[in-house]
Design a protein around this ligand. Sequence first.
Ligand SMILES: *[C@@H]1O[C@H](CO)[C@@H](O)[C@H](O)[C@H]1NC(C)=O
Ligand SMILES: *[C@@H]1O[C@H](CO)[C@@H](O)[C@H](O)[C@H]1NC(C)=O
Ligand SMILES: *[C@@H]1O[C@H](CO)[C@@H](O)[C@H](O)[C@H]1NC(C)=O
Length: 206
Amino acid sequence: MHSNALIPAAILALSTTILAQDPGQSAPFQLKLKADGCPTYDGVYLYACHEGAAIEGLCTGNTTAEVEAWNTFGLNYTTSGVPIDPKVGQQGILTWVLEYATGNLSSAMSLYADPATNVGIPLFEPSYGSTPVSFDEDNVMNIPSYLDDTVEPPAARETTIGLRRWYVCQNYYSGYSYVKSLSWVYGEGEPQNPSCERVDVVRVFL
Ligand SMILES: *[C@@H]1O[C@H](CO)[C@@H](O)[C@H](O)[C@H]1NC(C)=O
Ligand SMILES: *[C@@H]1O[C@H](CO)[C@@H](O)[C@H](O)[C@H]1NC(C)=O
Ligand SMILES: *[C@@H]1O[C@H](CO)[C@@H](O)[C@H](O)[C@H]1NC(C)=O
């Protein structure tokens, strides 16, 4: 027999998530890099840049950015009514609206993984999956996770933690390789791509 006390908090949180789906939307914001060790990217705004048909990555722009469709993002909450750890923040999907000739299409950010590398690429792609993100009390973006597979057997952490494994890298994706774009490094190791520089991503409300 199980008692609730034996069920890891993360699993309880997950089931609460499923029960409490009541999506709301954040106010619109821009995304700005903080890179203490890298002046090239410190203070630079991200913008949605073309990486295929209706596929956008997050490229590095300038240290000033007029509010434009290509640098305005939103967060559609996927959880509500669950206790929020301010060090992680409320979970949601990062959205960006593609404006095209006859309409507007809201796309969700999902991480693209290529088995050849530990560097993943956040991409906005309509009708695709989504990778949940959160913004902590300092508006710094993380990916919430409760998995710990560095122990044997792999386990769920007591509480969800906010992972910050953001980098800017020059990636090769479907023929596009000229851009420096926001990237994610899987696991605790260093990126194998030598162009990667460590950054944090900060939300700046309009
Ligand atoms: C960066 O600034 C240059 C020069 O003002 C401008 O041409 C370019 O469009 C800007 N890039 C972005 C992504 O805003
Ligand atoms: C798309 O969104 C923009 C900005 O909110 C708006 O000005 C425009 O009218 C919208 N276009 C359509 C076709 O709904
Ligand atoms: C985000 O929420 C808005 C408002 O509910 C909705 O119109 C839009 O389609 C959502 N975007 C995604 C990618 O789910």
